[in-house]
Design a protein around this ligand. Structure first.
Ligand code: ATP
Ligand code: MG
Length: 566
């Protein structure tokens, strides 16, 4: 491509709401342009990167035996009613009516559609397994679209669905997809981690997320310093503590604690570690139709994990409550203990099961109980609701957990029969008995990957594309287009590289060298061949964007040298 003909509208200004490097540089370098909140156009450079990612995905899916399909973007609302997800997805579903008043939904994911396509077409175990995928625009009316391509409302996803006659066969395919996803991210040059993920209401053991490691990531992941264990904090677990603080020894008693409410106040008042103080986090659990106040109890040294709390209650959301709302139920904020279950639902963290020497609220203004023995509450509802802390013991080995930030670029999930049962999608097994398909689902955020690559690969001057993701591999810069010798060599190299199937840009614009150089850095071509003044002495330069180095090369050697680098 000749830069003089290319539509690459680079600018000095970043969008006013842009905070992340990827949002700033992808906009400034002319890859994308914003249309409205969460809606983006891909301009030629952006489209090229999307294509690169799609090609890699297609190659690896083909290699793994998956078949590409393309399903309608507009999906009948009836399918969403059949699966029960029309309510669960809530406002993220963009619904509309056609001229005949039929309701439709813009596809945010395609489980229902895929099951609908396969049901009654695949009818025997002999036709299984089957893995179908598509790369397709999705629409989710996200509550807070932000960070450019990272969280759009319209975005591109690779979504795959597999159908099996047994759980064992689904497990095999799940592992194969994990391996394929690993290859895709490795080819894209990304530093990533595959971690255990929350499986939400669907449950089951098999849900993993592919996390690109980046400080700007919205997800916190807990990783072990010794073994391979990694998990989203939403799902991370830990082994029991070994370095347990010294227990406060006292008789069971009710103690006057005037205005001593916070964990910190209690620690100071009783001179005891937060480990022995029972913290109550009061929240409102919001369900499909109603809501209720739930009291979550954890150790004072821990924090409530929201997603775990959601799973413990089956709530769609967990929101704050005011002190007034608590008082209406006769609950005494600041002094809430677990011994009065009639007033509100209790959920107690598993780490508190049979805990001894605990201090907890006495459900009475200005009083706490001391030396509470939780084994009296063996009937209570215990659930893992605490967030792991850095330094906690790894659940798999003797190592310690630490936190890092990640961008979720993929999610693979053992669905089992959730959707096939709901949509009555069945096959006949070897004994002629009808069974629902056992399914897996495999999602990857194609447009989010574009942003993730830049989050991990940029500097203060702009993008630094990895080799397999770059829109062009080589940029040939003619420093002075009035110099015939420079132009001749530039054109020659341009033709040669094109012939060698190298994706090449020829910067033949009548602009200042400094300006063109800044542009090349902003766009992030891996290599720029600079043809400048030194050509009089037979020399040109290779600028390596990642290494940020310029190397003099004999003009007769430039073609072979650049091929060598690529
Ligand atoms: P998140 O927790 O980030 O909202 P999700 O759990 O809703 O993601 P999935 O439903 O598993 O995501 O979708 C599969 C993949 O699609 C995700 O791993 C992510 O890479 C991508 N994705 C999801 N939502 C968006 C979005 N709003 N914009 C861009 N990519 C997205
Ligand atoms: Mg989401």
């Amino acid at each position: 491509m000749r830069r003089s003909r290319a539509f690459i509208p680079t600018t000095k200004e970043a969008p006013s709401d842009a905070q992340l490097a990827s949002h700033i540089y992808l906009s400034r370098a002319g890859f994308v342009s914003q249309v409205a909140s969460g809606l983006y156009n891909y301009m030629p450079l952006g489209k090229r990167v999307i294509k690169k990612i799609e090609n890699i995905i297609n190659e690896e899916m083909h290699f793994a035996g998956a078949q590409e399909v393309e399903l309608s973007f507009v999906t009948p609302a009836d399918l969403w009613k059949e699966s029960g997800r029309i309510e669960k997805f809530g406002k993220e579903l963009l619904r509309f009516h056609d001229r005949k008043e039929n309701m439709f939904v813009l596809g945010p994911t395609h489980e229902e559609m895929m099951v609908d396509m396969v049901r009654n077409r695949v009818t025997s175990y002999k036709q299984l397994p089957l893995n179908l995928y598509q790369i397709k625009t999705k629409f989710r009316d996200e509550a807070r679209p932000r960070f450019g391509l990272m969280r759009g409302r319209e975005f591109i996803m690779k979504d795959g669905y597999s159908f099996h006659s047994s759980v064992e066969d689904m497990d095999r395919e799940f592992d194969a997809m994990e391996a394929a996803y690993k290859k895709i991210l490795t080819r894209l040059g990304l530093d990533f981690r595959i971690v255990e993920a929350d499986s939400g209401a669907i449950g089951g053991s098999g849900s993993k997320e592919l996390m690109v490691i980046a400080g700007s990531g919205e997800d916190t992941i807990a990783i072990c310093d010794t073994c391979e264990y990694g998990a989203n904090v939403e799902a991370a677990s830990r082994s029991g503590r070994t370095n347990i603080p010294e227990a406060p020894i006292a008789e069971f008693n009710k103690f006057k604690t005037p205005d001593v409410k916070s964990i910190e106040d209690l620690e100071n008042f009783f001179k005891v570690d937060g480990y022995y103080i029972m913290k109550c986090v009061a929240k409102r659990a919001v369900y499909e139709e109603e809501s209720e106040i739930v009291l979550f109890f954890i150790r004072g040294c821990d924090n409530l994990q929201k997603v775990k709390a959601q799973n413990a209650t089956g709530a769609l959301d967990i929101v704050d409550v005011s002190e007034e709302e608590l008082k209406e139920l006769g609950i005494v904020p600041g002094f809430i203990g677990p011994l009065e279950q009639a007033k509100a639902k209790h959920v107690i963290d598993i780490d508190l099961k049979d805990a001894k020497h605990m201090i907890c609220g006495a459900n009475e203004e200005n009083y706490h109980f001391i030396n509470v023995d939780m084994s009296v509450m063996d009937e209570a509802y215990y659930f893992d609701i605490a967030e792991v802390n850095e330094g906690d013991a790894c659940p798999c080995c003797d190592g310690k957990l630490s936190f890092t930030k990640g961008i979720e670029v993929g999610h693979i999930f053992k669905l089992g029969t959730t959707y096939s049962s709901a949509l009555k999608a069945e096959f006949l097994d070897e004994n002629g008995k009808a069974q629902p398909f056992v399914m897996g689902t495999y999602g990857m955020g194609v447009s989010r990957l574009v942003a993730a690559i830049i989050e991990q690969h940029h500097d203060e001057n702009g993008c630094i594309w990895t080799k397999e993701s770059s829109p062009y591999m080589v940029n040939i810069m003619i420093s002075n287009v009035k110099d015939d010798a420079q132009v001749t060599l530039g054109e020659e190299l341009y033709a040669q590289l094109q012939k060698a199937n190298i994706e090449v840009m020829l910067d033949d614009r009548k602009e200042r060298f400094g300006f063109k150089m800044k542009d090349a850095e902003l766009i992030g071509f891996p290599y720029t061949i600079i043809i400048g003044k030194e050509l009089e002495n037979g020399l040109v330069q290779i600028f390596d964007r990642r290494a940020n180095t310029k190397t003099d090369i004999d003009k007769n050697m430039i073609f072979s040298k650049i091929i060598e680098r690529i």
